[in-house]
Design a protein around this ligand. Structure first.
Ligand SMILES: NC(=O)c1ccc[n+]([C@@H]2O[C@H](COP(=O)([O-])OP(=O)(O)OC[C@H]3O[C@@H](n4cnc5c(N)ncnc54)[C@H](OP(=O)(O)O)[C@@H]3O)[C@@H](O)[C@H]2O)c1
Length: 165
């Protein structure tokens, strides 16, 4: 319960390139769907536009500083700050997922707003312009590690915050 970051990260920390994912689909979208299904997902405007549509079965909350931003779908909520976005998501559910991108992850971690990380570790080191981490073992304790077959095989690791907010 609380705020969970979901991210797929390469072994060099890269998570994106030119507004898109830095690798073809690995297969972890199935686990992403299972994890987030039925819960609000909060994301930056770049990530929303990169996905290109609201994901089904979850309320999307898009962060933007543009007062005139139109998400193109009436069911999508728009918020002008991370605090507002999280507050709107919490009105819907006590479990909220932050799904990117780099700017949103960085603010949420710097401000200690996150309780849990669910990280797909992808064994690739692509070039990119959006990064995540490194994950500080003083602050984050690994609690679950799952190995999955994919292209390439990947691991999904859950980290819980070591100290309360
Ligand atoms: N590997 C993964 O798991 C993963 C997951 C998600 C995304 N990605 C990748 O990450 C990249 C995108 O990351 P990014 O850092 O460039 O963009 P982003 O975090 O998705 O979005 C940044 C935009 O969100 C809005 N925003 C961010 N913080 C805000 C705040 N506090 N208040 C109001 N609005 C805020 C601003 O929109 P406006 O400019 O409209 O004001 C900002 O330009 C892409 O390459 C994407 O594919 C990877």
């Amino acid at each position: 319960m609380g705020v969970t970051i979901v991210v797929a990260v390469g072994e060099n920390g890269v998570i994106g390139r030119d507004g898109r994912m830095p690798w073809p689909p690995t297969g972890d979208m199935r686990q992403f769907k299972e994890l987030t299904w039925g819960h609000p997902i909060v994301m930056g405007r770049t990530t929303y536009e990169s996905i290109g549509r609201p994901l089904p079965g979850r309320t999307s909350v898009v962060l933007t500083r543009r007062p005139d931003f139109d998400p193109g779908a009436p069911e999508v909520l728009v918020a002008g700050s991370l605090d507002e976005g999280l507050a709107r998501a919490r009105e819907l559910d006590e479990e909220v997922f932050l799904i990117g991108g780099a700017e949103v992850y960085a603010e949420a971690l710097a401000r200690d707003l996150v309780d849990r990380l669910v990280v797909t570790h992808v064994p690739l080191a692509p070039e990119g312009d959006a990064c995540f981490g490194p994950i500080d073992p003083q602050r984050w304790r690994e609690t679950v590690r799952e190995r999955h077959r994919g292209t390439p095989d990947y691991e999904i690791v859950t980290y819980e915050r070591t100290v309360p907010a």
